[in-house]
Ligand binder design. Structure first.
Ligand code: UDP
Length: 330
């Protein structure tokens, strides 16, 4: 089968850029679409050899033009806001961008006959699961507007699949972390809220200390446990999902995680070991809406997509993140 062009929305963002690189290496022609409110042109410049269209997924005239201009068969859809706290404070922004923006994109796809979409979903769609590790069969009970916006899009995809034959894969990421192992891409969020980059920035002296949000959880060391999946493994899963859809695979949702978790304290200790620098920590209250533990059962992605994570040690994830960050300090 020839390699048709892939449209990557949010292609200048963290996960989108890594997926674009994986697609490029697999030989797919690409077009990136990013409005650069959260994406960063400097991240992909010189790394991804594809046009970067600066525009919005909600701009139906723009996406219609792209679908006409390029032989696009598949959309990899990353463009979204992804801060839980912000979504609680400004839900309209999340429903407008993540839900209404995606609806405009999907309608434009349907009108142009674009058949496949791989959608960035999240473990936040599960809410506070009572059973671990999390399988795709567990009920979706998101507890914040961010998670609800992603679940709504999954429902829209299901309905468009039934009505218009749109094929979709929703990839429910656990905690995306790390950076391209060769240091070409990495994580550049503004503002940064994620644990690993914050700890590494503290090691670099850019932040004074790291707050530990809750030390009284029912976990071995009292801090929250998360499943930190390497961003390059996420990228590889997108290539696998795209090829699965193109081969006629049935639509569905898949968890993507490392398959085991690490506590906040373990993350901090690993960062101290990797950087060989001490990191000052301070105790802070629990962050509202944080479940004590989230770990993925990735059996379905392994069985159906043939995806296996390559980086299953926190140490490796942190080393790659550190390499990217430290190199940027000059
Ligand atoms: N966390 C923390 N201090 C921080 C940032 C995060 O203790 O400055 C904790 C947070 O409560 C969660 C874990 O680290 O248990 C991962 O949080 P992150 O924001 O990186 O990802 P999330 O789990 O919210 O997607």
């Amino acid at each position: 089968m020839g390699k048709a062009t892939v449209l990557v929305t949010g292609g200048a963002g963290y996960v989108g850029s890594h997926a674009a690189l994986a697609l490029q290496e697999a030989g797919y022609p690409l077009v990136l679409l990013d409005n650069l409110t959260r994406g960063n042109h400097n991240l992909v410049r010189g790394v991804i050899d594809a046009p970067l269209i600066v525009g919005d997924i909600a701009d139906r005239a723009l996406t219609a033009r792209l679908f006409k201009e390029y032989p696009i068969e598949t959309v990899l859809h990353f463009a979204a806001f992804a801060y839980v706290g912000e979504s609680v404070e400004d839900p309209g922004r999340y429903y407008r961008n993540n839900v209404a923006g995606t609806l405009a994109l999907i309608e434009s796809m349907a009108a142009a006959g674009v058949r496949h979409i791989v959608f960035s979903s999240t473990c936040a769609t599960y809410g506070m699961p009572e059973v671990l590790p999390i399988t795709e069969e567990l009920p979706l009970c998101p507890i914040n507007p961010y998670g609800r916006s992603k679940r709504m899009v999954e429902q829209i995809l299901e309905d468009f699949g039934a009505a218009h034959g749109l094929g979709y894969v929703a990839l429910r990421y656990f905690n995306a972390a790390g950076a391209d192992p060769e240091g070409r891409l990495g994580e550049l969020h503004h503002p940064e809220t994620h644990l690993i980059p914050l700890v590494l920035q503290t090691a670099l002296g850019q932040c004074e200390s790291v707050r530990i949000f809750g030390e009284d959880y029912d976990t071995p060391d009292g801090t929250c446990i998360r499943d930190y999946v390497h961003v390059s493994d996420l990228a590889a899963a997108h290539v696998a999902a795209l090829e699965y859809l193109r081969a006629g695979g049935a639509s569905g949702a898949f968890n993507l995680g490392m398959g085991h978790g690490y506590s906040v304290r373990e993350v901090i200790e690993t960062c101290e070991a990797v950087t060989a620098r001490p990191v000052r920590v301070v105790a802070a209250p629990r962050r509202p809406g944080d479940p004590p533990r989230l770990t993925a059962d990735c059996g379905k992605a392994k069985r159906v997509l043939g995806w296996t994570p390559q980086f299953v040690e926190l140490d490796t994830v942190v080393r790659h993140a550190w390499r990217f960050l430290a190199a940027r300090q000059g």
